[in-house]
Design a binder for this molecule. Structure first.
Ligand code: NAD
Length: 272
């Protein structure tokens, strides 16, 4: 993984939300490998998992500190950014990754289910992005560190464009993430703050265990992925590293879709 040094991220401070598991964990490891100081956000009941992650990052000389915060709670998000700045001086990169699913046939979906998904997937993006932007503007440009004053990477989903039956709350939240991201990118480019999204297809993590754990489910899933394999957290971390680095300095308001072609509507190949 030594090629990660080439991203030029050494000495930058990153916050990764939902970093105890899956994609967030992969992004935290990749950013630390690239030389970032990483705040690994987690829920209070994930302390064991995040301790193990901090140990892993330490084992290759990387720097990570855990911070427990629910991204849907304003006071907790503010406290996390305050702690990051007090520990590392500032923040350069936000990977706003925490997200949940709670699906149901629409007529049975409770208001609580709707609101919970919106709270984590969309309120969380708003609260974390706002705290990051305040810090980027307070600090101002540091061209010796990065050409951009700050970088925000929102973890979206192919479901920001692909409708998803029985997961209407999730798809609506990710559609919201897309236009939040694009509106922020339009508003903040003048300050050299870049805002982009990564919209994964099917990635092998606990959130979608039911879709890949049993061989029959995996076979059905692979019909939706022209590239012929399920994605891994590292596939997403690579896109995040690119969007966090100066290699993507002219890119803002864009969504990268590491999805093995899932968003190409593969069922239409030779049909329709
Ligand atoms: P995951 O369940 O492995 O990880 C999500 C993490 O977010 C967990 O550690 C969870 O505890 C944390 N989290 C949940 N609510 C939180 C809150 N309120 N505050 C802080 N942390 C919270 O799932 P994952 O697949 O790694 O998902 C990460 C992101 O990627 C999510 O936004 C998800 O929507 C998105 N995504 C995943 C896939 C996929 O196929 N796995 C596809 C598209 C998008």
């Amino acid at each position: 993984m030594t090629h990660y040094n080439e991203f030029g991220l050494a000495g930058q401070v990153a916050i990764v939300t939902g970093a105890a598991s899956g994609i967030g964990r992969g992004c935290a490891v990749a950013l630390a490998t690239a030389g970032c100081q990483v705040v690994v956000n987690h829920l209070p009941d994930e302390a064991d998992k995040v301790e193990e992650l901090v140990r892993e990052i330490g084992s290759f000389g990387g720097q990570a500190v855990p911070f427990a915060a629910d991204v849907s709670q304003e006071d907790q998000v503010e406290a996390m950014f305050a702690a990051a700045c007090s520990r590392f001086g500032t923040v350069h990169i936000l990977v706003s990754n925490a997200g949940i699913q709670s699906g149901a046939p629409f007529q049975d979906m409770t208001f609580e289910q709707w609101r919970k998904v919106m709270a984590v997937n969309l309120d969380g993006q708003f609260l974390c992005a706002r705290a990051a932007v305040k810090e980027f503007l307070r600090r101002g440009p540091q061209p010796e560190i990065s050409l951009a004053t700050g970088k925000i990477i929102c973890m979206s989903s192919v479901h920001q464009i692909i409708p998803w039956a029985f997961e209407a709350n999730y798809a609506a939240s990710k559609g919201g993430v897309m236009l939040l991201m694009r509106s922020l990118a339009q508003e903040l480019a003048v300050h050299r703050i870049r805002v982009n999204a990564v919209a994964p297809g099917a990635i092998q993590t606990p959130i979608n265990r039911a879709a890949w754990e049993e061989p029959a489910a995996m076979e059905d899933l692979l019909k939706l992925i022209p590239y012929g394999r399920i994605g891994q957290p590292g596939d997403i971390a690579n896109a995040v590293l690119f969007l966090a680095s100066d290699l993507s300095d002219y890119i803002t308001g864009t969504t990268l879709m590491p999805d093995g072609g899932m968003s190409l509507y593969p069922a239409f190949r030779g049909a329709g």
